[in-house]
Design a protein. Structure first.
Length: 299
């Protein structure tokens, strides 16, 4: 077992109480607003279902290819791979976790978009049955995955290019930092990912619910727990600010979670702006979908 600063224990206990209390309140008071769910929200009022399906499918396949290529490159760059017992290092980084989530989101999104493509009389006869039974759970999962994925894409991208890269250039010079941070993997995981998810954000009809910020916190806490387990097995902290023996660790952990909350509500602000500029309206009940004026003029 490794040393944990006592202040960090107290901070994590306080954070746990806060998150648990908010989760319980959100569940009992209906803050999650699951009643707003509609199968139509998993589609797009901007483009046709077939186009939306193909977009999501192509992004999913591209993300799979990026992960495979990046993994293979990580093996080639690891000179001590054959003698190492830490063969899971590639998947221990938060960046890879979030890019994998993006891949999973587009996979599930493509699946549910496929069901929205009109397939003649079968689709017309069974659409309501499929809407309320077989696909409601999947649609809800895709909804929450979207909110987390968009939040994390903005967070990891802005942190890398706005904080880590300038700091690296200042300390080591541009050429060194470009060799480390401006790579195939980094560009895809810290730039192209945002392009994909932002296009998705514009096209889809998902609603961003303030209480769903809790799911972003669950995701962050899950990675923190993994980092502890990973360190206990490898004695490696992939990120120095997750180290538990640092006297400032309590502040780091609290600040990281606060940063996740900030970026989620930045996404919520983007969602409100989208409603304003596209004239879309939040549905009043579970049977209504988002409405957009002159949707037929798009594509």
């Amino acid at each position: 077992m490794f040393y944990v600063d006592p202040y960090l224990y107290a901070t994590l206990a306080l954070i746990g109480v806060i998150i648990s209390s908010l989760s319980a309140a959100a569940f009992y008071k209906g803050w999650f607003q699951w009643d707003l769910y509609s199968y139509a929200h998993t589609s797009s009022s901007v483009v046709r279902p077939l186009f939306f399906f193909l977009f999501r499918l192509c992004v999913f396949l591209y993300a799979v290819a990026v992960l495979i290529v990046s993994f293979v490159q990580s093996l080639e760059n690891s000179q001590e791979w054959a003698n190492s017992t830490n063969h899971g290092e590639f998947f221990s980084y938060y960046t890879i976790w979030n890019y994998t989530m993006l891949m999973i989101f587009f996979m599930f999104g493509a699946c549910i978009s496929f069901t929205r493509i009109p397939w003649g009389k079968y689709s017309e006869l069974h659409e309501e049955e499929l809407t309320r039974t077989q696909y409601q759970l999947l649609g809800t999962i895709v909804w929450v995955l979207f909110e987390i994925t968009l939040t994390m894409a903005i967070l990891v991208d802005t942190v890398l290019w706005g904080i880590l890269y300038p700091a690296c250039v200042h300390q080591n010079g541009t050429s060194v930092c470009n060799g480390v941070l401006v790579t195939f993997e980094s560009i895809n995981c810290h730039a192209v990912n945002f392009i994909f998810i932002f296009i998705e954000f514009f096209l889809n009809d998902f609603i961003v619910v303030p209480a769903h910020c809790l799911f972003v916190l669950y995701w962050a806490v899950m990675y923190m727990a993994f980092a502890w387990i990973y360190h206990s097995q490898t004695n490696i902290w992939d990120y120095f600010f997750l180290s538990t023996d640092d006297p400032q660790s309590a502040g780091w952990y609290f600040g990281l979670l606060a940063l996740h909350v900030f970026y989620f509500f930045l996404v919520y602000g983007m969602f409100r702006l989208k409603l304003h500029f596209t004239k879309r309206k939040i549905p009043e009940g579970p049977s209504q979908s988002l409405h957009i004026q002159d949707a037929g003029s798009f594509f």
